[in-house]
Unconditional design. Structure first.
Length: 260
């Protein structure tokens, strides 16, 4: 346990440093101006700073007034309109490299914008996690260590992103086959203590047409958004992924097209 304790200590130090950096230079309040139904509120200075740190594909931060960013706000509204409204939402694609991480990251950013509650983004792709790089946080310890060590998710493991109100739980140590230890219900048990601290949890899954653990985790969430990459996902693979999720008793919330 000595190695794990050292990792947790370093993670806690990284977390405090990240929090200090994200709040080091608060923006001066701008004069209030009337806002009509058709107006877009200007992006705050914190969003500007975040856009310099985050992956450029995270358009909600990089280009907050763009049509593509607005699509993610529309997705946020659509999810909120569901009954019952999902609080733990998985994002998955049929195969690797089809943009599930990009969709999940942008959705998490859109959910964090209203500041109505804290958002947690979890990288459950334990073989090729990418969220740590996209959000400029340390890659481990993370979900892999939680599963392997059977420990409670401590605050030290949850890294604040450059965007206020959004934390990231990275995938964890590379090369650790924690995925094979997942059983039905194990993911929900591992993160159940986080449900009271966050209003919404977004989970990036591994390719559901390729890896069984993606389907196992999907069944432990409140629903799945299935990603179809334009020019990269054929209808047959999309249907296989959909059927696999349904067979795993996961709730498919809808599909979203990515790329172009």
């Amino acid at each position: 346990m000595g190695r794990m304790e050292d990792a947790l200590k370093k993670a806690a130090e990284d977390r405090e440093r990240a929090r200090a950096e994200s709040g080091a230079a608060p923006a001066s309040p701008a004069p209030a101006t009337p806002v009509t139904a058709g107006d877009r509120v200007a992006a705050p200075a914190t969003a500007s700073r975040a856009s310099e740190t985050l992956d450029e594909r995270l358009v909600v931060a990089a280009a907050p007034t763009s049509p593509r960013a607005e699509e993610f706000r529309r997705m946020r509204a659509n999810l909120a309109s569901l009954s019952p409204a999902p609080r733990v939402i998985a994002v998955a694609a049929p195969s690797e490299g089809q943009g599930a991480d990009v969709i999940a990251g942008n959705l998490a950013l859109a959910l964090a914008e209203p500041r109505s509650g804290k958002i947690l983004l979890i990288d459950a792709d334990l073989r090729r996690g990418s969220l740590a790089s996209m959000f400029a946080v340390r890659p481990s310890p993370g979900l892999a260590e939680i599963i392997l060590e059977r420990i409670e998710p401590s605050p030290a493991l949850l890294m604040p992103s450059p965007v206020p109100g959004l934390d990231v739980l990275p995938a964890g140590a590379e090369g650790v086959d924690a995925a094979r230890m997942l059983r039905p219900g194990s993911f929900r048990s591992a993160v159940s203590s986080l449900a009271t601290a966050y209003s919404t949890i977004i989970v990036v899954l591994p390719a559901v047409d390729s890896w069984a653990d993606g389907r196992v985790i999907a069944a432990d969430t409140d629903g799945v958004v299935l990603v179809s990459r334009i020019g990269g996902s054929d209808r047959a693979s999309l249907k296989r992924a959909y059927d696999a999720l349904v067979a795993a008793r996961a709730r498919v919330l809808g599909t979203v097209a990515f790329g172009g």
